[in-house]
Each structure stands twice: as structure tokens, then as C-alpha cells.
Design a protein around this ligand. Structure first.
Ligand code: GLC
Length: 532
């Protein structure tokens, strides 16, 4: 049994669950068909009742939106479609009143080609900002690297110069060999911390630490290459550019700055095999764990089978250093919706699992009502599409508030992206009225995390359920305990329980479980049970 997550910044606020609110899709306050900050402010009471303590907003900065804001034009402002800096200040204030902190998304690997530095480079071959990017002069050699979004990593300008990009050709990679780059990012962090935010999610930082030499070193041809020119497996350049020593230098500095404000940074970076616990351990070892931690991607990719899921979590939790936090999640704005992956009934089990874990679990907006991938294909432009890839916009559709037009997201005739077809049946209004809904279930789980002393101050440990299809674990404080028993299958399962339990706090199924205090329980299909 080990005590994790006593890290200071991550324990403030006391409600530790992080929710990712895709700002374009939460609520439109001004009828232009796009979500905005004032829309989020309007819904803060809902998020308070959901029991989350952190709100992570994907990029809110001015941007040409070639990659939905992950192409930043100006780090010191708010995208006009989302609102103003005053709106952001109000959001910070109003969230603070409700015990929540705001986390912005800091894109550190690249800037938009509209960023003033790159605009200067475009206009002026002698630009003083040339060194802030990876630029080759006409005739100079380049490497065989391929962009994650397809095509060569090198883009040619009209005058024959070429620049390096890992993602879209409008997302120009920064060069941290030039000290001005990190200085700029530091300024950005201090600027927003001083406005009162609580932290940052750091985007694609595993790629940011590469040197110019790394970009120029040829990659080995990849055996998985399908032969399609847009295949992201064409020539696996990432191996040459990810997790270079520079990445950790950057992260250490960002952690230090966060520390100055008792803020937190969580970063996007998974080892090449996201089930590799040692790979994650290295990330923890390289940063200041009081203020920084890697987001855990293992659950996004694993087959949803009890033993596999328990296996990777057990190995991972074993590696999380004492004092650090753990950041598990099941879905995000780049991946399939969890409910679409495992089905509505099993989605309850996943929610109970992540919200039962130590650390700061992350949930994705709409996950609390079991939102699914929309069936309609890409509606907005997303440059990431390689053949066979998941269409990311399918998991970015408007939050389903009620059964009115556009699910109550906007009063506009047309929303920036069409609502998912099931909103008449799956929405907050309906689930508010149903005590057995996913929404009520999620609220109960966060309530346990936020208020039961066992989960607040106790210790986490795995239990032997005696059944390969059931994961079970407990939180213990003195002789008090809270036990989670999770049936990963659509059929009944028997599971052992420890001695001393007297009540069922929560079940994902109806009618109430007929458990009568025995040291075993029959879990119904897809049942998640919490006992005390
Ligand atoms: C991260 C973001 C993704 C974006 C990419 C480039 O992976 O999550 O949405 O496209 O970085 O910034």
C-alpha cells in the first residue's frame, strides 16, 4: 500500500478531478453558433455540481484555427470567437468562487504560420527570428522525416527556403536551441498565472526538445508503411525527434515557473508504447513532481478487458513516485468517445474505474452523460486526417444539454459542428431527472472522492476479486474502507469482498443489488459497485 498524490499544487483545490472542456462545444452565449467563454461561465454551477476541481481548456488563444487553436497566432490574448480577456478573467474569478481552477493549453512545439515571428521570416530572408524555427536555406540538405498529419516534414517557401513542421504545414515547429523560444514561453506562462489561472496542459512537449540536428538526421524506413503518401507511419520521424534531452529541460523550467505560482503543469506525452510503465517513470523522474506530471494514456489504447486494464494500471501505479500525482483518462478531443468504444452500460464501469483511482483523473466533457461519437463524418476542417484514422471531430460535437434544437448548445440556425444524433435521448436535462443516469452516477463518484475520508486521506490498494473479469480495489483509512467492484463483462460475475463491509454506496444498475453482507457478491452484467 502506498500513498500517492500528496503533491501540493495538484491537491489544491481539494476537488481533484480535471474536466476537459472543449471551448468551442460547451455553450454558445451570443448566438454565433460557436461555444465561448461566457457560455462556460453560464454553466459553472453545473460543473460545480459535477464535483470537478480543475477545468482544462484546449487552446483559447487567437488563431487561424487550422488545427482548432493548436496553431497559436498570439499567446497573450483570447480568440475573438471565444470572448475577451475580461471574459477569461471573469471565468477565472467565477470558477474560483466555486472552488475550481482553470488550466490553459500551452502549445510549445509550434506556432501558427500567422505568428508575428514567422510572418517576419516570410517577409524577410534575413529575419532576426530565423533562428527560432528550423529553417534551411535554398539548396541545403533536408531529412526524410514525415509529418504526423501527412507529407514531408519540410515545407518549401516561394524563395526555396524550407521549414520543419511536425503537424500541419501551418504549424511551424519552434527551435529551442534558440533561447528566445523558451523565454517567450516563460513570459506566456507568467502572464496567465498572474491573471489567476491554476496551471497548464502542455501540448506535444515530447516533440519540442529536438535539436536542428535531430530534424536533419534521416529516419529509418518504417516497416509499417502502407505505401500511402499520407500515411503517418510512412517514415517514422518521431523516433528521431521525440523525448530528446531538450524536452526535459523545457519541462523542468515550466515546472519551476508553475512552482512560483503554486500552479500545476500536466503534459501530453506517452512513451512509444503507452503500456510502458518504465517509460512514464522516466518522465516523472525528469520533472519536479510537486508541480508537473505526465497525462497517462495507457487506458486509451488498451483492450477493455479486466485483466489487461488491471495489469497496466498496477504496473503503472507501482512506478508513480511517492509525492507525485497520477492522471488517468479514457477519452479526449483526439480520440474516440469511450462510450462508443465499450457501450453505454460498460461506460459506467470505466467512469467508476477512473474516478476511483489515486491522483487527478481527467474526464472529457459529455463523458459524464455517456456522449458518443457522432456518426456524421468530418464537418469542420481537421488537417490530421490520414486514411483509416479516427475522424477527431466526431468526438468534438456540442455538449448535449437538452432535447431542443442543437441540444440547447446554441440558438443559432447552424452550429459550427452538427450535434450528435442521439441528443433527444441523451442529454443533461433527461439525466438530471433520472436517479440512475450516468450523470447522477458520475456525480456520486466525485462526491465520494471529494468527501469520504477514506478517499481523501486513506491509502489505495488492489484487492483479489477471485474472478478474472472483475477488478476490485479499496481505499482504507484505519478500520474504515471503501471498496470498488467492477464487472467488465455483460454477464453476471461472482466476486470476493473483504470482511467488514456493511453498505452499498452506489450501483450502476437497477434494481438495488441483493447483496446481504456476505464476503462475496453477485455482480450483475456491467455492474459497478461501491461499498463501505
Ligand atoms: C496535440 C493535440 C492535438 C493537436 C496536436 C498538434 O496532440 O492534442 O489536438 O492536433 O497536438 O498541436
Amino acid at each position: 500500500m502506498r500513498q500517492l498524490d500528496k503533491a501540493s499544487a495538484f491537491r489544491k483545490p481539494q476537488k481533484r478531478t480535471i474536466i476537459e472542456l472543449y471551448p468551442w462545444s460547451i455553450k454558445d452565449s451570443n448566438g454565433d453558433g460557436k461555444g465561448d467563454l461566457r457560455g462556460i461561465i453560464e454553466m459553472l454551477d453545473y460543473y460545480e455540481a459535477l464535483g470537478v476541481g480543475w477545468i482544462w481548456l484546449p487552446p483559447t488563444f487567437p488563431s487561424p484555427l487550422k488545427d482548432r487553436g493548436y496553431d497559436v497566432q498570439n499567446y497573450f490574448g483570447v480568440h475573438p470567437d471565444l470572448g475577451t480577456e475580461d471574459d477569461m478573467k471573469e471565468l477565472i474569478r467565477e470558477a474560483g468562487k466555486r472552488g475550481m481552477r482553470i488550466m490553459l493549453d500551452l502549445v510549445v512545439n509550434h506556432v501558427s504560420d500567422q505568428h508575428p515571428w514567422f510572418q517576419d521570416v516570410l517577409k524577410n530572408p534575413e529575419s532576426e527570428f530565423t533562428g527560432c524555427f528550423v529553417i534551411r536555406q535554398p539548396g541545403e540538405s533536408i531529412s526524410n522525416h514525415i509529418s504526423i498529419f501527412g507529407g514531408s516534414a519540410w515545407c518549401e517557401l516561394k524563395d526555396g527556403r524550407r521549414y520543419y513542421r511536425t503537424f500541419d504545414n501551418t504549424q511551424v515547429d519552434l527551435n529551442y536551441d534558440d533561447p528566445r523560444v523558451l523565454e517567450m514561453i516563460e513570459k506566456v506562462m507568467r502572464y496567465w498565472f498572474e491573471l489567476g489561472i491554476g496551471g497548464f496542459r502542455i501540448d506535444a512537449v515530447h516533440l519540442a526538445g529536438k535539436t536542428v540536428q535531430d530534424c536533419l538526421t534521416d529516419a529509418e524506413p518504417n516497416k509499417e508503411w502502407t505505401g500511402h503518401p499520407k500515411s503517418r507511419f510512412a517514415l517514422h520521424h518521431e523516433a528521431m525527434t521525440e523525448f530528446r534531452p531538450g524536452t526535459f529541460k523545457i519541462l523542468r523550467r515550466l515546472g519551476e515557473i508553475a512552482g512560483d505560482y503554486d500552479g500545476a503543469v500536466i503534459f501530453e506525452a506517452a512513451p512509444p508504447d503507452p503500456a510502458d510503465a518504465d517509460g512514464y517513470r522516466r518522465m516523472y523522474d525528469e520533472v519536479d513532481i510537486r508541480y508537473a506530471a505526465p497525462i497517462y494514456f495507457g487506458l486509451l489504447f488498451i483492450d477493455w478487458q479486466a485483466q489487461k486494464v488491471k495489469g497496466i494500471l498496477e504496473r503503472m501505479l507501482d512506478k508513480v513516485p511517492p509525492g507525485a500525482t497520477f492522471l488517468p483518462h479514457l477519452e479526449n478531443h483526439d480520440r474516440t468517445r469511450f462510450t462508443s468504444r465499450v457501450g453505454s452500460a460498460q461506460a459506467f464501469v470505466g467512469m467508476a474505474l477512473v474516478l476511483g483511482m489515486p491522483g487527478n483523473p481527467l474526464i472529457y466533457y459529455g463523458g459524464e452523460i455517456g456522449m458518443r461519437n457522432a456518426r456524421h463524418p468530418r464537418i469542420a476542417d481537421d488537417p490530421s486526417q490520414a486514411p483509416g484514422d479516427f475522424v477527431r471531430d466526431r468526438a468534438r460535437t456540442p455538449m448535449q444539454w437538452d432535447d431542443s434544437a442543437h441540444a440547447g448548445f446554441t440558438t443559432a440556425v447552424k452550429a459550427w459542428i452538427k450535434v450528435c444524433g442521439d441528443y433527444h435521448l441523451r442529454n443533461v436535462k433527461r439525466q438530471e431527472a433520472n436517479p440512475r443516469s450516468m450523470l447522477q452516477f458520475t456525480r456520486a463518484l466525485t462526491r465520494f472522492r471529494n468527501s469520504l475520508p477514506e478517499l481523501q486521506e486513506g491509502e489505495f490498494e488492489w484487492l483479489e476479486s477471485g474472478n478474472a473479469d472483475v477488478i476490485s480495489f479499496r481505499w482504507r483509512l484505519g478500520d474504515q474502507q471503501v471498496v470498488y467492484a467492477l464487472n467488465f463483462t455483460p454477464v453476471k460475475q461472482e466476486a470476493k469482498l473483504p470482511r467488514g463491509l456493511t453498505t452499498i454506496l452506489l450501483s450502476s444498475r437497477r434494481p438495488p443489488n441483493s447483496w446481504n453482507g456476505d464476503e462475496s457478491v453477485t455482480l450483475r452484467p456491467d455492474e459497478a459497485l461501491v461499498l463501505r
